[in-house]
Design a protein around this ligand. Structure first.
Ligand code: FAD
Ligand code: DLZ
Length: 513
């Protein structure tokens, strides 16, 4: 009687439901580095290295804890290249009588797993992934019968359920949400914490060599790889964030500065998403900073909201909306993703910064993803499926359950407003207010039309005008449409002509953007 327990690259937690209650004496844990997972989108080199190294370290930790681990390396000559192929081979190798697995983070893999029982003639138990704060079924129960699924109301339920930052039945400080206090633009002279990172050990060096050789044509850089790849390392990253950045996290959450990829953000999402950190432990650690008087309420509430609010909410939307969510395209956007998303070579400084940093590190913070790369793709009418594939490929923390609703729903309005109450569309003025990018740009953010004008300005109005049928009745855009309607006709024509010139150049592959 041998139970096979496949553990995937984003299931690196000892608390994994498939391990809980299983008997190490009669189980074999299967960990598989497989080609299909590395190439189904062209993942950033650093992301592949992070996942493979973290998997290898986790296998060592599992063995030390008494588990038998069968680890299939990418270069194993017998490696079939897919989860199903490797599970099939392992069943024969170990005389497996049953499979026990935790559900994956993607519909594609969920469907493959669901076929294993019939394909292999074995009982296959697919368990809920319990490594989230909301218990299984919580989101579906909350969503039932609601006309609108707004994050804010879900978040309040999560606060009540967890007791985080609660004083009895009321939110601490009297308000649920301090977002309005979290929008200060940053200034270069402010003290910004310097992350020290983690020196790669011999096992990580080996993975870096493998990835450099095998994935040379994938985007991104490996130089300076300094991510933690163990639970201990991830806990140290969490402690560093709490001590050095948490107090200012709130104030400068939306700010962007040239050459400062992290500012006061945590860079904890990769560790949370592969399972090296537990979301509730991270929230409790943040709450403790507030309780100890080391971090203010707007910072701690803002941070906790991202995790028990946004992170849990987008996961709920992903599974609740079903596998066809990925196909939605409410605004009918069809333009291919501009090539400069893969090179960072554009004269628009904001895009060059956000994309350049993404290619270097596999990281950009939320506002860069939403209001720079996402905003431009939205305004330019890029096909949301192209945009989704790019985000899934280039970010260290990108797994479909979290990436897709953020990209297709929040950023591209591809779901027509299921997730966001209005499109996150903005002109250059927003970028100028929240960053120092415009000061170094070839374009002038104050000009609205003409060859030197910031392209985002005309694109913003063109976006609203061309999508009026779908967006014109959105109450949150009423003011924007009123402003458009008040403009003189020749001004409207000039804006749309400027946008058309820019888009024509873009379609012709003009790298200057
Ligand atoms: P911090 O700013 O320090 O925030 C703390 C934590 O809150 C994060 O680590 C993360 O776990 C959580 N969080 C914050 N915002 C969100 C959110 N909107 N959704 C889910 N969790 C959130 N996040 C991912 O984890 N994976 C993705 O693939 C991903 N794709 C995105 C695509 C787009 C277009 C956008 C707009 C956002 C995306 N996000 C994604 C959300 C967010 O940008 C990242 O979680 C965040 O930038 C990670 O950096 P950090 O750890 O420094 O976050
Ligand atoms: C992203 C990724 C990559 C690049 N490689 C592997 C791998 O070789 N083996 C593995 O188990 N998981 C990998 N992953 C993560 C999977 O793609 C992820 O588990 C599924 O998308 C389900 O969330």
């Amino acid at each position: 009687m041998t139970t096979l327990i496949p553990v995937l690259g984003d299931q690196l937690s000892f608390s994994l439901s498939a391990l809980q209650g299983a008997d190490p004496a009669t189980s074999v844990v299967l960990m598989m580095e497989v080609a299909e997972e590395t190439v189904y989108v062209r993942h950033h080199k650093r992301k592949i290295a992070f996942i493979l190294s973290a998997m290898r370290h986790h296998a060592t930790a599992l063995r030390a804890a008494g588990w038998t681990v069968d680890y299939i390396g990418l270069e194993d000559p017998e490696n079939s290249g897919s989860f199903t192929g490797e599970v099939t081979r392992a069943v024969a190798r170990h005389g497996v009588t049953a499979i026990r697995v935790t559900e994956p983070g993607e519909w594609r893999v969920r469907e493959a797993m669901a076929a294993w029982s019939a394909q292999l003639g074995l009982p296959v138990t697919i368990l809920d992934d319990t490594r989230f704060v909301a218990p299984p079924g919580f989101f579906a129960g909350w969503a039932q019968g609601r006309k609108q699924l707004r994050m804010e109301y879900f978040y309040r339920e999560m606060r009540r359920m967890t007791g985080l930052l609660m004083a009895g039945d009321a939110p601490m400080g009297g308000q649920w949400n301090y977002d309005a206090e979290n929008r200060k633009p940053a200034e270069a002279r402010l003290f910004i914490p310097r992350r020290r990172g983690t020196e790669p050990d011999a096992a990580t060096q080996e993975v870096l060599t493998l990835v450099a050789a095998r994935f040379a044509d994938h985007p991104g850089q490996l130089e300076g790889f300094d991510l933690a790849v163990t639970r201990e390392g991830a806990l140290a990253e969490m402690a560093r964030f709490m001590a050095e950045a948490m107090p200012q996290f709130g104030d400068y959450q939306d700010a962007m500065l040239t050459g400062e990829p992290l500012l006061w953000h945590s860079l904890l999402s990769p560790y949370l998403n592969v399972g090296l950190l537990d979301p509730l432990e991270v929230c409790r650690a943040a709450e403790a900073e507030y309780a100890a008087g080391r971090a203010p309420l707007n910072a701690v509430e803002g941070f906790i909201r991202q995790i028990i609010g946004w992170r849990e909410y987008v996961r709920g939307i992903y599974w609740w909306a079903g596998p066809d969510y990925a196909k939605r395209n409410a605004l009918g956007a069809t333009r291919p993703l501009p090539d400069f998303y893969w090179t960072g070579q554009t004269e628009m400084r904001c895009l060059a910064e956000a994309i350049g940093q993404t290619l270097a590190l596999g990281y950009a913070h939320h506002i860069q993803r939403l209001m720079i790369t996402g905003n431009y793709a939205l305004l330019a009418g890029v096909d949301p499926h192209d945009v989704h594939s790019w985000y899934l490929a280039v970010y260290l923390d990108a797994f479909e359950w979290v990436e897709l609703p953020n990209t297709l729903g929040m950023s591209q309005f591809g779901d027509g407003g299921l997730l966001a109450s209005k499109p996150y569309a903005a002109s250059g003025a927003y970028v100028d207010r929240m960053s120092d990018y415009c000061g170094n740009c070839a374009y002038d953010v104050r000009q609205k039309t003409g060859p030197k004008a910031c392209p985002m300005n005309a694109l913003y109005w063109d976006f609203l005008a061309r999508n009026r049928d779908q967006l014109g009745r959105n109450v949150r855009l009423a003011m924007a449409y009123r402003n458009w309607d008040r403009m003189a006709e020749d001004q409207q024509r000039a804006l749309r002509a400027s946008a058309a010139v820019h888009l024509t150049r873009l379609d012709a592959g003009d790298a200057s953007g």
